[in-house]
Ligand binder design. Structure first.
Ligand SMILES: Cc1ncc(COP(=O)(O)O)c(C=O)c1O
Length: 318
């Protein structure tokens, strides 16, 4: 476990350190259409530097990954599969283990973006056999500015340090440096001390509440919201049915820009996220520019859902 500033930093670390060392022109990276930009752009930059090619695993009309095309997309040329365990727009929970096993069969490494799943999920990096797994503290009741890069030890040991500086060395001379052992070789500079201390009780608290209870509560709220929104004419929910997702409810109302919904709800005291949610390729896939997203977590209540639904109904009438 290496402390980083967050998911984005963890992915960039792997792209720079492992990617620059291991990828050659013509090698392939497989991403999914439902990735957050943090799990797209670092690989596009890597592809630009190395001549690697990016391939895409599609999302079906039912908002699930097009798992049937996996075998066609994977080959001996595939060096890396990078996928999110849970979509930050659709809430879709992906079959990570199945994809990891298929990737490993062709010799590819797998990076799992657990930014959205760690706050709910009970699966661990070892359940999934992920080569790397990344997440952010601020999505799981912890502070901003800290996240984790988990990696298999032998893989991390084979990777050159990314950032150089204090803390990541055993020794330095005028001729060069000897890198420190794990995890310090990837933790250059003064670490996020305060953030690391604050992350621990947040995670302990989450584990006490328990992932089953968190997911069950979220789903109940999300279903209540979906039912409440069903009377809005033309409203389209972006996401699969509730048993296949977390408590995220993204939606589009034809003819109403998500900014307008967001502003109206904001004035009504309801905070939602609007825009492309750092997932432009996914919005393009469903032929919408932007969407509105309510994200429920275990601290939300039914009356908050009702306030959200009432305000959204009013906004759509307006
Ligand atoms: C699925 C997913 N991946 C990556 C990120 C990026 O996380 P961070 O901004 O903490 O680096 C997010 C944040 O919204 C996310 O939801």
């Amino acid at each position: 476990m290496i402390f980083t500033p967050g998911t984005t930093a963890s992915i960039n670390l792997v792209a720079r350190s492992w990617g620059d060392t291991n990828l050659r022109p013509g090698d392939e990276i497989l991403l999914t259409e439902m990735e957050h930009h943090s799990n797209i752009v670092p690989w596009q930059q890597l592809a630009e530097r190395t001549g690697a090619i990016i391939r895409w695993l599609g999302v079906r009309d039912d908002f699930q990954l097009d798992i049937e095309s996996l075998d066609r997309l994977l080959s001996g040329r595939t060096k890396l599969v990078a996928l999110t365990a849970v979509s930050n727009v659709l809430g879709t929970i992906n079959p990570v283990r199945e994809i990891v096993d298929a990737a490993h069969r062709v010799g590819a490494k797998v990076l799992v973006d657990a930014a959205q799943s760690a706050p709910h999920g009970k699966a661990t990096a070892s359940d999934w056999d992920a080569d790397w797994l990344v997440f952010s503290g601020h999505k799981m009741l912890g502070p901003t500015g800290i996240g984790v890069l988990y990696g298999k030890r032998e893989l991390l040991e084979s990777m050159p340090p990314f950032l150089g500086g204090g803390n990541m060395i055993k020794s330095v001379s005028k001729q060069g440096f000897v890198a420190a052992d794990l995890p310090h070789r990837f933790e250059a500079g003064t670490g996020p001390i305060v953030e690391a201390i604050a992350l621990k009780p947040a995670l302990e608290y989450l584990m006490r509440v328990g992932s089953d209870a968190i997911l069950a509560h979220e789903r109940q709220l999300a279903q209540r919201a979906i039912d409440g929104l069903s009377s809005v004419s033309g409203l389209r929910i972006l996401g699969p049915s509730i048993q296949s997702k977390t408590g995220i409810v993204s939606f589009v109302i034809p003819g109403v820009h998500s900014d307008q919904i967001g502003q109206y709800l904001n004035a009504a005291g309801v905070a939602i996220r609007v825009g492309h949610h750092c997932a432009m390729p996914l919005h393009e896939r469903f032929s919408v520019g932007v969407s509105a997203r309510a994200s429920f977590y275990f601290y939300n209540t039914q009356s908050e859902v009702d306030a959200f639904v009432t305000a959204t109904l009013r906004a759509s009438e307006l």
